[in-house]
Design a protein around this ligand. Structure first.
Ligand code: CP
Length: 309
C-alpha cells in the first residue's frame, strides 16, 4: 500500500490496518529527518495549511505547526478566542473564508463531537481532526501506538490498560480503535460512573481494580479526569479518585514486572499520576510528544500526496 485509503483523517474508525502501517513507515523516515542538524524537508512547499483551534491545546497545536513547518508548508493559525466566531460567524463561513485564501488542508480542534466530519462534507479541503469533543483524537492514538511499538517492538499481542475518565475521553476511544486494529488486547479501568455502558461491544474488557489492571498489562495509559466536560460529579472527591485510580511509585514498584507508563497530557500531577511515576524510567510521556511531530508529519505528507494527484 503506497497511499492512504482516506482523503481526510477524521477518526481512527475510518482507517484500515494498512493505513496505520503506512503512516508508521512514513513516520520512521520523518523521525530520522527531525534528528538531522537541518530538520526540514521541502516536500510541501506548494501546500498551505490552516490550524483552526476552537478549544485549548498546547501539545497538539504546537506539534502540528512544527510538523507543517518541518515539511516546508505555508501555515496559518486561527484561535477561536480572538476571531470573528465571537461575533456570531458560523463554522462553515469561517472555514470557507479561510479556504478562499487558497488553503489546501485544515487541522481542526473543536469542542463538538463530529465537527470535522461535518466540515469534510461542506468544504473543499483535506480535514485532519485534532480532537473533536469526547469523540476522537486520531493523531494522539497514532502517536501512542507508534510509541508503544518503539518501546516494546510492536503493538500486536500487547496488553494495554487505559485508566481514568473513559467516558469523556476522545483519547480513549481513538486508542481503543487503533490498538484493536493492530491486534492488541485492551482493558479500561476507572470508576464505574466514568466507564461508558456497552464499552465491551468495542472488544475491550472492564476492570475496576487498578492493581489487578496493572498486574495484567504491559502498558498503562493514564488519562486525566476531564472536569471541563462534566456537568455533575462522577466521584465523591478528587482525593478519593486518587486513592483508587491514581498511580504512585509504591504501587508501580510493588508490581512483579516492569510496565510502560503513558499519558497523553496535560498531566495533573498528584491526581492520576504522581510526579515520581511521570518522571520515572517506565514513563514514555515525553517520547510520545516527540513522536507526535514525526507521526503528524507522516499524516500531513500522505494526505497532501492525495491532494496533489
Ligand atoms: N494530548 C493533547 O491533546 O494535549 P493538548 O490538549 O495540549 O493538545
Amino acid at each position: 500500500m503506497s497511499e492512504l485509503s482516506v482523503n481526510h483523517l477524521l477518526g481512527i474508525k475510518y482507517l484500515k490496518k494498512e493505513d496505520i502501517k503506512l503512516i508508521f513507515k512514513t513516520a520512521d523516515h520523518f523521525k530520522e529527518v527531525i534528528n538531522r542538524p537541518i530538520k526540514k524537508v521541502p516536500s510541501l512547499r506548494d501546500i498551505t495549511i490552516a490550524n483552526l483551534f476552537f478549544e485549548n491545546s498546547t501539545r497538539t497545536r504546537l506539534s502540528f505547526e512544527l510538523a507543517e513547518k518541518r515539511l516546508s508548508a505555508d501555515v496559518i493559525n486561527f484561535s477561536a478566542a480572538s476571531s470573528s466566531v465571537k461575533k456570531g460567524e458560523t463554522l462553515i463561513d469561517t472555514v470557507n473564508n479561510i479556504l478562499s485564501m487558497k488553503v489546501d488542508m485544515v487541522v481542526m480542534r473543536h469542542p463538538n463531537p463530529g465537527a470535522g466530519i461535518f466540515l469534510s462534507k461542506h468544504v473543499k479541503a483535506s480535514i485532519i481532526n485534532a480532537g473533536d469533543g469526547a469523540h476522537e483524537h486520531p493523531t494522539q492514538a497514532l502517536l501512542d501506538s507508534y510509541s508503544i511499538k518503539e518501546r516494546l517492538g510492536g503493538v500486536k499481542g500487547k496488553k494495554v490498560v487505559i485508566v481514568g475518565d473513559i467516558l469523556h475521553s476522545r483519547v480513549a476511544l481513538s486508542n481503543i480503535f487503533a490498538l484493536k486494529l493492530q491486534g492488541a488486547e485492551v482493558k479500561v479501568c476507572g470508576p464505574k460512573t466514568l466507564i461508558p455502558k456497552h464499552i465491551e461491544s468495542l472488544g475491550v474488557k472492564v476492570e475496576t481494580d487498578l492493581r489487578k489492571a496493572l498486574e495484567w498489562c504491559d502498558v498503562a495509559n493514564m488519562l486525566r479526569v476531564q472536569n471541563e466536560r462534566m456537568e455533575i460529579s462522577y466521584f465523591p472527591s478528587t482525593r478519593e479518585y486518587t486513592q483508587q485510580f491514581g498511580l504512585n511509585k509504591k504501587m508501580l514498584d510493588s508490581l512483579n514486572k516492569e510496565i510502560v507508563i503513558m499519558h497523553p497530557g496535560p498531566i495533573n500531577r498528584g491526581v492520576e499520576i504522581t510526579s515520581d511515576v511521570a518522571d520515572s524510567e517506565n514513563a514514555i510521556i515525553l517520547d510520545q510528544v516527540q513522536n507526535g511531530v514525526a507521526v503528524r508529519m507522516a499524516v500531513i505528507y500522505l494526505l497532501a500526496s492525495k491532494i496533489k494527484q
